[in-house]
Design a protein around this ligand. Structure first.
Ligand SMILES: Cc1cc2nc3c(=O)[nH]c(=O)nc-3n(C[C@H](O)[C@H](O)[C@H](O)COP(=O)(O)OP(=O)(O)OC[C@H]3O[C@@H](n4cnc5c(N)ncnc54)[C@H](O)[C@@H]3O)c2cc1C
Length: 373
């Protein structure tokens, strides 16, 4: 952090409070944010803060993105899919052709287009080689058929990076990423917005592709069969983001619990004066402080373009597991109130659970780490 970043944090925090946190309940009911949130966030320059100005981004670095993910978590946001939007944009930035970058990045930076990334299918999530969505070359088009599930931003997305098979016989080398502009796409259908345990305001959807024609120019990077390699090189960005959100949620949970246990009395004294409360929260704080040092180290490595796959898996595994453990411990101190949805800790408990599943389940993170032993 430096003084410029602190100022940036202040403006992001104000934006998150007034434009996001204030609408949480409405968005949870309608299961998606209002469309114009994206335009407002684009105007402020926070959507693609780490994308160079020449592509419409704000020319900052990953520290700016880290601030956004932290502020969203500190405010208890569970609706705004800025994460997947940035991930989709980074596929284009790092793997796209010059023409693809010039065409899409400015629109994603301004919020005129909302991005999503569609990997998971009803029959394959962890094992992406098992996907069945096909893209068949026909003249100057690809014809895409298949279905996707659990796609964040799925309801509102204008541009979806779709993981397809261009050569089903070629295993990992037969996978290609193709960008689909949803508004013009005949045969593209958004299914249900799925009812989730938490993150209620986030539009997580099923998507259907019935012979959707996409120009060959939309093949990411312009070369078939590179999709798996693209996924492998971009996943660290996603996994660090999830780790940062988890870190900020841990810090928030401890803050909320300290405040509550100072005020709430039982047996004539505040809960925080009981040894069990003090020790549990001391333990949580000790773990959080250690974790913070590692998260900050990973942020710096990402800024320096040095975050490797194994370290990104370690931060995702440890932080998502720690988030669930600490929030659960904290919730206990709220007693019955900790089971009431109007209490932020309760919401956090529900929102956190998916962190151990999406972006690669904890078991997959362990597999990746184990391969490095
Ligand atoms: C709210 C939400 C948002 C999501 N957003 C997106 C999105 O935007 N885009 C997208 O593409 N996907 C998205 N997903 C999907 C998510 O990435 C997958 O759910 C996840 O990767 C797990 O895949 P799966 O559900 O098919 O589970 P499976 O692959 O069936 O795995 C189930 C469980 O089996 C175990 N397991 C699997 N493989 C192994 C192994 N090798 N060793 C040991 N244990 C194993 C793990 O415990 C795992 O949790 C989202 C999911 C949710 C819930």
């Amino acid at each position: 952090m430096d003084s410029d970043l602190e100022m940036y944090r202040d403006s992001v925090r104000r934006f998150v409070q007034t434009e996001i946190a204030a609408h949480d309940e409405k968005w949870a009911k309608q299961q998606h944010v209002d469309r114009n949130l994206w335009n407002k966030a684009g105007e402020l320059g926070i959507l693609l803060a780490d994308v160079p100005d020449e592509f419409g981004g704000s020319g900052g670095n990953f520290a700016h993105m880290a601030i956004l993910f932290e502020e969203l978590a500190y405010a208890g946001d569970r609706a705004f899919g800025a994460h997947v939007h940035a991930i989709a944009a980074h596929y284009i930035l790092n793997q796209g052709t010059d023409a693809q970058k010039a065409k899409y990045l400015p629109l994603l930076a301004s919020g005129e287009m909302i991005g999503a990334i569609a990997m998971s299918e009803p029959g394959a999530g962890s094992d992406l080689q098992g996907i069945r969505t096909r893209a068949v070359r026909d003249g100057d088009d690809y014809v895409i058929s298949g279905s996707k599930i659990f796609i964040s931003n799925g309801y509102l997305a204008d541009l979806i990076v779709v993981v397809t098979k261009t050569d089903p016989e070629a295993g990992a080398k037969g996978i290609s990423l193709i960008m689909v502009e949803t508004k013009e796409a005949k045969g593209f259908k958004v299914g249900r917005i799925l009812e989730k345990l938490g993150q209620k305001g986030q539009d997580t959807c099923e998507l259907f592709f019935d012979e959707v024609r996409v120009p060959v120019e939309n093949l990411l990077g312009g070369v078939e069969g590179k999709g798996f390699a693209h996924l492998m090189s971009e996943l660290p960005y996603e996994r660090l983001m999830l780790g940062i959100g988890a870190m900020a949620s841990i810090e928030r949970a401890i803050d909320l619990t300290v405040t509550y246990t100072k005020e709430r009395k039982a047996f004539g004294k505040p809960l925080l004066e009981m040894q069990n409360t003090r020790f549990k929260l001391a333990d949580a704080k000790a773990q959080a402080v250690m974790a913070r040092a590692f998260v900050d180290e990973c942020i710096q490595r990402m800024i320096d373009d040095e975050l490797d796959t194994v370290t990104a898996s370690i931060v995702k595994l440890n932080l998502s597991e720690l988030e669930c453990t600490i929030i659960d411990e904290c919730l206990q101190f709220f007693g019955g109130y900790g089971y009431m949805l109007e209490y932020p800790i309760t919401q956090m408990y529900a929102d956190a659970r998916v962190q151990r599943i999406y972006g690669g389940a904890s078991e997959i993170m362990k597999e990746i780490i184990a391969r490095s032993l």
